[in-house]
Design a protein around this ligand. Structure first.
Ligand SMILES: [Zn+2]
Length: 134
């Protein structure tokens, strides 16, 4: 682990964010055992360190959601409360936590509703993703 792992993590996150910028949703899969990760990881519990990138079809169903009234300090500086977070279960079974884009919701989120993950550009030029109705 250590520094090499950190460098791979930084380069990997950059690739993930560059993917969002291009409208792609990328993650990694272990070449040794085939386990896929979401968000991307760069080492596998099986001991495999050779992971390959693949395109995730960014659609699935809302597995769970919650309203956050007290944000962690790091998030509170960038986000107004309350905000809504959810867990999407992609059609391939992978799951991911993210903010639900409330502006795109026509009513309260419902477990099981079809949702997708979409890239979103922030005022500072950074790219994040949000969960919104499919
Ligand atoms: Zn593995």
């Amino acid at each position: 682990m250590g520094l090499v792992y950190d460098k791979r993590m930084t380069a990997g996150l950059r690739k993930f964010i560059d993917g969002l910028r291009e409208g792609k949703f990328l993650s990694t899969k272990c070449k040794k055992c085939g386990k896929a990760f979401m968000p991307p990881r760069f080492g596998c519990p099986c001991g495999g360190t050779d992971l390959e990138w693949f395109d995730v079809k960014p659609e699935g169903e809302l597995y769970s959601w919650s309203v956050v009234h007290m944000a962690p300090e790091a998030i509170a500086r960038k986000t107004n409360v309350p905000y809504v977070v959810g867990v999407i279960r992609f059609d391939d079974g992978l799951m991911l936590v993210g903010h639900i884009d409330q502006a795109k919701l026509r009513s309260k989120p419902k477990v099981g509703m079809r949702v997708k993950v979409s890239p979103k550009e922030l005022d500072n030029g950074d790219f994040i993703y949000t969960i919104q109705p499919a």
